[in-house]
Design a protein around this ligand. Structure first.
Ligand SMILES: Nc1ncnc2c1ncn2[C@@H]1O[C@H](COP(=O)(O)OP(=O)(O)O)[C@@H](O)[C@H]1O
Ligand SMILES: [Mg+2]
Length: 257
């Protein structure tokens, strides 16, 4: 198949040289060995990609834990201390108590907003409610570079597919903002027959993917797409902008209520 998987060396004594029958035997053996080596490599790749997924999930969990611990948890602890204070103060000093209650109201509101932001980061409600196009348009509106979102025949999909397309597109847009120095970017979504495809294109500096290699962002995109049976393709060259493309086997689902 044109890829080198390993080498097989055969030595024959001069008195008993290679002949066509033996050559065929060696070729067959090499073919069999090739299959085995190829499978071993696929299994190793699979194991590595699972490991990356697990590592990424653990990292996310730790981030969430820290976020909840430093955020909402602290705010609620402070609130409960103040509640006790207010209770002790209520009869002695109604004015101070009211002031304290006012503060607590503001702080409860803040805790609520922090939790809402946190939940938004975990799974965007707009994506859950309105699907890919609306969620990506809303994100596009917040980007530093003007981003247009074009969609063709796109509906609602299983959650893991919508999440894959959404988070891959966001990471690609992050990269545009971080590296491309682009004047504009475009996100395209298209449903063709049994395939959902997306692309994120920018007119920025571009890079040489074979020299730069995948960082955690692009590798995470590839893993995410791989997990739903999809593929990632990166087209870029210095001075010619970048297009990141993903393809996933998917059919439009009924609208979920
Ligand atoms: N849109 C882009 N324009 C220019 N360079 C890019 C773009 N996207 C990715 N790159 C390059 O590819 C590298 C790998 O990207 P990525 O895998 O997301 O890793 P990270 O963002 O963590 O560095 C980046 O460091 C950058 O050099
Ligand atoms: Mg990145």
């Amino acid at each position: 198949r044109g890829e080198l998987l390993g080498g097989l060396s055969v030595r024959m004594p001069p008195s008993d040289p290679m002949n066509p029958t033996r050559a065929k035997l060696v070729a067959d053996l090499a073919g069999q060995a090739g299959f085995v080596l190829r499978n071993v490599r696929l299994i190793e790749e699979l194991r590595a990609s699972r490991q990356r997924i697990v590592t990424a999930q653990d990292e996310e969990r730790r981030k969430l834990e820290r976020n909840i611990h430093d955020g909402a948890q602290q705010q609620l602890v402070a609130l409960s201390v103040k509640l006790r204070l207010a209770d002790a103060m209520a009869e002695r000093d109604a004015g101070k108590t009211r002031e304290l209650l006012g503060q607590m109201q503001t702080e409860a509101q803040e805790a609520l907003e922090d939790l809402r932001d946190l939940a938004r980061g975990i799974y965007p409600p707009l994506l859950a409610d309105k699907g890919l196009v609306a969620a990506l348009r809303s994100q596009a509106g917040k980007a530093a570079v003007p981003v247009t979102v074009r969609a063709d025949g796109v509906g609602r999909y299983a959650q893991e597919i919508e999440a894959a397309v959404y988070f891959c597109s966001l990471e690609a847009l992050n990269n545009v903002a971080k590296y491309a120095g682009a004047s504009a970017a475009e996100v395209r979504l298209a449903q063709e027959d049994v395939q959902l495809s997306f692309s994120v294109h920018d007119d920025g500096t571009g890079f040489d993917p074979s020299a730069t290699g995948y960082g955690t962002g692009l590798q995470g995109m590839a893993d995410r797409l791989d997990a739903v049976g999809g593929t990632l393709q990166v087209d870029s060259a210095p001075g010619r902008g970048t297009t990141v493309r993903g393809r996933i086997p998917a059919r439009v689902q009924e609208l979920r209520s």
